[in-house]
Design a protein around this ligand. Structure first.
Ligand code: HEM
Length: 441
């Protein structure tokens, strides 16, 4: 064997070693995200909703428990997914330094510790004056580890004339900056609560206003950015309109900043504008110009992705009604649920079951039928919840209280099916090994 061949072999095995390490890393993030979604997130959400439904009021529920649920879903589930996918995608797109994988694990440990600590402190109130801000420090440290690592990202083949950044990249970078700002604000408010508060909960009005930051300031723009990258391929849509996409981002950010400063009606009125700009920029409801890429997923995939945008518009419209007429939290709750479950979760269920099997070990999704079942139940549960929360909480229709527990159980079933479908997928061999096994069987 020549020295050249040996060098080629060594290079190849190094590439395989890095790819396997990267797949293990992203799988750990996804599994941890699923765990946060199921137990601290959804189970506690269902428990909270059952307590509210049995007393017919949200006023008696511990705000710390409510926030434990929200934090587990937004940071524990969606945040963990985004960090894992971020490490994976940037490593695939270019030259992340060799230490990126070990940094990925450091970030993972800090992040999981921070999010778990926050949930435990919210639920048990144990040593909360010290542990509440510490959880925020750990989350911030994890994010900075991620940020410093991906800041080293360079394109694989630098071209002589640098190409302009694609719109989706700028929106994803924007949402990442939004993520950083939110973690800094989170550190500020948890420190404030630890010094001045009487419990591990962020004072209620402040918490409600700040919720706009992680939702419309970070998660919604992150989805728009990734959609701008993937929808032209997966749904065969026209390339996104850059100016309308940037305008959507700026309007959403303005709304997210205006709310904590007390401009509730102005902030709410901007949300439909931002949502419509994004829908128009991404050509969501226009006919596809190319056939959609449905390999590996259920054929209903494009319907659910488009349906998620219907929920985004519903959430934005309800927020105006909430800013003008909410008395008992029912309209805000319905708007938030349309956004978090209808838009964000439907999108993650749909796109996640398309891309994650490939990212986590070049696998094929375990079951397309489970995918359909999880998405159908999620949307059914969400429709029941959004439809009954306003009449129940606001006191318009007493019977609506009995629909809420049903919606909770349906959504719980949906998230369990989604998690099971991904977990079974990760237990399968890689696609090429599966094909070999099937060929020899
Ligand atoms: C089975 C599914 C779910 C149930 C039963 C549920 C239940 C609840 C309940 C009862 C509240 C209290 C406010 C209200 O009454 O509307 C709430 C708040 C919240 N939920 Fe959920 N939820 C679920 C899924 C989700 C998901 C998937 C997300 C995010 C991706 C999410 C994010 C939030 C947030 C951010 C809050 C506000 C927390 C706060 O006030 O700080 N929820 N949820």
């Amino acid at each position: 064997m020549t020295a050249h061949n040996t060098a080629v072999d060594e290079n190849r095995s190094e590439i395989v070693r890095r790819e396997t390490g990267l797949q293990r890393l992203v799988t750990a993030y996804i599994l941890a995200g699923l765990l946060f979604m199921l137990l601290p997130g959804t189970f506690l959400g269902v428990w909270n909703l059952l307590s509210i439904s049995s007393t017919h009021t949200a006023a008696t529920l511990s705000p710390a428990w409510l926030q434990a649920h929200g934090h587990a879903q937004i940071f524990g589930w969606l945040g963990t997914f985004i960090l894992g996918i971020g490490f994976y995608s940037l490593s695939k797109m270019g030259n992340l330094p060799a230490f990126a994988i070990s940094r990925g694990w450091t970030c993972f440990v800090l992040w999981a510790a921070g999010v778990s600590m926050r949930w435990t402190v919210n639920v048990t109130a144990w040593q909360w004056r010290f542990l509440l801000p510490l959880s925020a420090v750990l989350e911030l440290a994890a994010f900075l580890t991620f940020f410093r690592t991906v800041a080293h990202h360079r394109p694989e083949q630098p071209s002589a004339t640098p190409r302009p950044k694609q719109p989706w990249m700028l929106v994803v970078v924007g949402s990442t900056i939004g993520f950083l700002v939110i973690l800094v604000v989170n550190f500020g408010v948890t420190s404030y609560a630890a010094l001045r508060g009487g419990s591990p909960a962020i004072p209620s009005p402040l918490d409600q206003h700040l919720l706009m930051l992680p939702t419309w300031g970070f998660l919604v723009p992150a989805v728009w950015g990734f959609n701008a990258r993937w929808l032209p391929v997966f749904l065969g849509l026209e390339a996104p309109g850059a100016r309308r996409l940037y305008a959507a981002l700026l309007v959403a950010w303005t709304a997210a900043i205006a709310m904590p400063f007390g401009f509730a009606v102005f902030s709410a009125a901007l949300l439909p504008v931002a949502a419509l700009l994004a829908v128009s920029a991404l050509h969501v409801f226009k006919p596809a110009t190319q056939p959609p890429k449905l390999n590996g997923v259920h054929a209903s995939f494009p319907i659910f992705v488009r349906g998620a945008y219907v929920w985004l518009l519903v959430a934005a419209g309800l927020s105006i009604a909430a800013a003008l007429a909410d008395r008992e939290g029912g309209i805000w709750g319905a708007s938030r649920h349309a956004l978090t479950v209808g838009f964000l979760s439907t999108m993650v269920f749909a796109i996640g079951q398309k891309i994650l099997p490939a990212f986590c070990g070049a696998r094929v999704l375990f079951s397309k039928q489970l995918m359909l079942a999880s998405l159908t139940l999620l949307n059914l549960g969400c429709a029941l919840r959004v439809g009954s929360e306003i009449p129940a909480y606001e006191g318009y229709l007493r019977q609506a209280w009995s629909v809420l527990p049903v919606s909770a159980v349906i959504e719980l079933t949906a998230v369990t099916l989604f998690a099971a479908n991904l977990a079974f997928t990760f237990l399968r061999p890689a696609a090429h090994l599966l094909r070999e096994q099937q060929a020899t069987a």
